[in-house]
Design a protein around this ligand. Sequence first.
Ligand SMILES: Cc1cc2nc3c(=O)[nH]c(=O)nc-3n(C[C@H](O)[C@H](O)[C@H](O)COP(=O)(O)OP(=O)(O)OC[C@H]3O[C@@H](n4cnc5c(N)ncnc54)[C@H](O)[C@@H]3O)c2cc1C
Length: 310
Amino acid sequence: MSESDEDWLSLRPVEPLPNQCCGSGCKPCVFDVYQKELAQWEEAKEKNDSSLLTKKKEEVKSDLLLLNSDTFTAFKLSCVERLTSDTNLYRFELPRGRSLQLSLGQHIVLRGMVNGLEVQRAYTPINPVNAENYFEVIIKCYDNGLMSQYIKSWQEGDLLFWRGPFGGFPYEPNQYGQLLMLTSGTGLAPMLPILQCITENEEDETFVTLVGCFSTVESIYMKSLLQDLARYWNISIFYVLSKETSVENLPWSCRENTHIGRVNSDILHSVMDLCRRKPFVLICGSVTFNNDMLSFLESLGLQGDSCFVF
Ligand SMILES: Cc1cc2nc3c(=O)[nH]c(=O)nc-3n(C[C@H](O)[C@H](O)[C@H](O)COP(=O)(O)OP(=O)(O)OC[C@H]3O[C@@H](n4cnc5c(N)ncnc54)[C@H](O)[C@@H]3O)c2cc1C
């Protein structure tokens, strides 16, 4: 097939803008995909054969894996549950008896279209890794967030496009005597499948202490799931609430395990004193939160090789 210069120009892939990238270091990133498509375009142009461009740019279906790290697959949004004023739980349908087959703590990348611009952002499924027929993500929407605008337009039944998986925390049962999980907001997400994996395995005797940082009691996500998990003999859960004024104003169920204020080295010191063994620390929050936690832990004598940042 022969094409004019103008036709070739219209087929040339467009270089992504920096804010289209999710920034989570996934491979391939939107820029890798662009480089690959550009090379494909240059080859097709050289051979003057545009049929070489039609190869797998869009969604693919694999019989074995539902997800693919290169290309996007459509999943149906089956249910939206409001968790707080700005955060919802989104449940996606999978074919009957199928699971996403993620490893612990892995994230997936969502593709959105905002004002004609393709945007990609990372989200971490919270369901147990062996869950069949569905997967779930909790997403906080920001007023001025690009993907947030797209997510706010979703309706149950919509088809949304995901690729992955990426990242993850390599975990073996009883590998660590004690895990200490430090999370801020939706940073809770990668911890939930790890907690569920430990509590579902009677042979796994790992102690886990989770510190969840939120602004108020109302903003704590998945409170009833966390309460259920805290009933296990090896799981302890603490909250640090930055916008509450006094423990006395909190419901009785939260008073004993809540600190008021922002998490600091004193709070971490008291939490670490309650750990049964020297902890291996998992950290997930904003970049500032993660860096703050690493420096508090260092001041408490914990080295970087005892920490994993999502
Ligand atoms: C590996 C990984 C896993 C993630 N998992 C989840 C998850 O499970 N659930 C989830 O909700 N998010 C998760 N995120 C964050 C998510 O990828 C997006 O960054 C977030 O949804 C904001 O995207 P946006 O396009 O709406 O905002 P952007 O357009 O990227 O940002 C615009 C503005 O929004 C605000 N904003 C964006 N992100 C933050 C933040 N973290 N803290 C404070 N203000 C912010 C700021 O004001 C910012 O200037 C994850 C990120 C990574 C890297």
